[in-house]
Design a protein around this ligand. Sequence first.
Ligand code: ZN
Length: 241
Amino acid sequence: MRYAIFSDIHSNLDAFESVLAAYEKERIDKYLCVGDIVGYGANPRECIKIVQDRNIPTVAGNHDWASTARFNIDYFKPYAKEAILWTREKIDNKDTEYLNNLDIVYKESDFCLVHGTLLNPEYFDYIFDLEDAMDSFKVMSVCICFVGHTHVPGVFIKENEKFSYVRDNVIDIEPKKQYIINVGSVGQPRDGDSRGCFCIYDSKERAVWIKRIEYNIGIAQKKIEDAGLPLFLSRRLSLGH
Ligand code: ZN
């Protein structure tokens, strides 16, 4: 099976459409989303509709649940809060119900998805470093856990009791190792590369790829500005930060 695994769309329809077009050339069997469909960008409803129409299994992100008031808005920085309140106004009752019913963890036989961490996923903590990763490895029974949330693609590896971190774009999945793979962000990358980020997992070839695709950042920025959302959210798209 070839899986398309992506995260943190953040209402950026322009980036999302470019990523989906890139996936069209990748012989994908199944699409999966690691959360944060909404928040920050100007097209929450359009992004929800695509995920919903395509029946893409999706785990809840902190922005998804904050937009339905299931998760406490006090968790967020002021500009994020502002975007969440804006999103609440834009989405309708059905969108709210959809986001509210997203599961916190998705599991297949040899891998799982969670937005932030496997240990206490409902807290939406971050995996920034090896120490953070260790907590999730402790409760991880599958070979690979795909995460999002930091918007920085990267791979944490556990081999026996040794831990390492790599920023490779091609990862061979080896037996006896476990992996926490951050798939980066479709709609608001923060690793200094402004292009949309997406991931492919081939369960037969036992390999994972992190890929990038350019999209029309200017259009996404203009929509954010026209919507009256914080200017910082527009500016950061071209910085990839
Ligand atoms: Zn996010």
